[in-house]
Design a protein around this ligand. Sequence first.
Ligand code: NIG
Ligand code: FE
Length: 419
Amino acid sequence: MTYSLVVQHAAQVLTLAGGPGTQPLAGTDLAGWTIIENGYVACDGERIAAVGPMAALDHSRIAHTTRVIDATGRVVMPGLVECHTHLVFGGNRAHEFERKLRGESYLDILASGGGILSTVRATRAASEEQLLANALHHLDGFRRYGVTTVEAKSGYGLDRDTELRLVRVARQAGQQHAVRVVPTFLGAHVVPPEFKQAGPRAYVDFLLREVLSDLKGEAAYVDIFCEEGAFPLAESRYYLEQAHKMGFGLKIHAEQLHDLGGCEMAAELGATSVDHCDYLTPEAAGRIARLSQGRTVAVLLPLVPLFLRQEKYAPGRQFIEQGLPIALSTDFNPGSCPSKNLWLAMSVGCLKMGLTPREAIAAATLNAAWAIGLQQEVGSLEPGKRADVLVLEAGSVSEVPYWLGENPVRDVVIGGVLQ
Ligand code: NIG
Ligand code: FE
């Protein structure tokens, strides 16, 4: 069979292959994956057919119909996986940027009715067409950065119809765009004004009773924001336990601004990922690694403390030493990270969380795929996986997080198609 597309003569092919395969990369495996010097990647339709050194390329499978991409002097790697975004929202929060610069905190702005609640008002007021157009626009931006899979949380509706609309829009956006979209249900983002009197327990009961049953097949994961000013630990546990019983995978926003114990609680319940973790201690990280047997991924979001002027970053280096698998993501959203630059997140992950370039790259590809249950499909260059391949304007692995703030992407291949 002829190859449909071949990327050849790459200075380095970062395969991300070579880990245990049965769980997210942790410890020394996080940096121990294979790099092929002077290599190629060959695709058969939407799947990867072969990866190897140029000497092993089967030239008889290259025909005049094969699209050949020359990657001389460049790095070739898997498409980036964005495992934590709030893709679908109305408006923006540029008006709060200066309040933040004057010293108002994220939680102060939220408590005054702004923050997430300001985006909830804009999102409820937006039409479905407008929300879809916005989401497609943001997916264009992600694709320019070489992001080929995006997780997209709801959470700016906080009522039944709008929350279901956000999940639907995320799904439609993925159908209309080359970038794959994985919707997550974050109806438990904050308590909406309508439930201010009744409180968080009444609100999560409403979600469990009246929304989750309509999400079967629409969203695989349920997420909650466990934080002061959002959901307390007890309500978060109750909600996740019930959602788990209904068959959903679990995620949590926790230890972002305080240490409430949310990450450990969620890991106990079998959460696929625990996200933010800036206030998670290395000791708790070690306990999570043990009790989840290395399967719960800590999703680190280094652009968030940067943008919130928090100066407290998750101790990623210590998490790695404790055996906790980590992933990196932007957290793209209008309030705490209006950036889609996952390369910048990798650089800040190295500079502020103590990751090495190889660890940061694994965290934004294969481990990010684990964080959304797509490890069999994306995140590494291996035969049988989806052919999501990048050619970078970089000559070696260490250059990747080095060009601070740049977009190193020259070519993006998604599902075997050059974009
Ligand atoms: O992941 N922390 C809670 N939720 C989002 C921010 C949402 C917003 O501010 O609009 C986050 O940081
Ligand atoms: Fe988030």
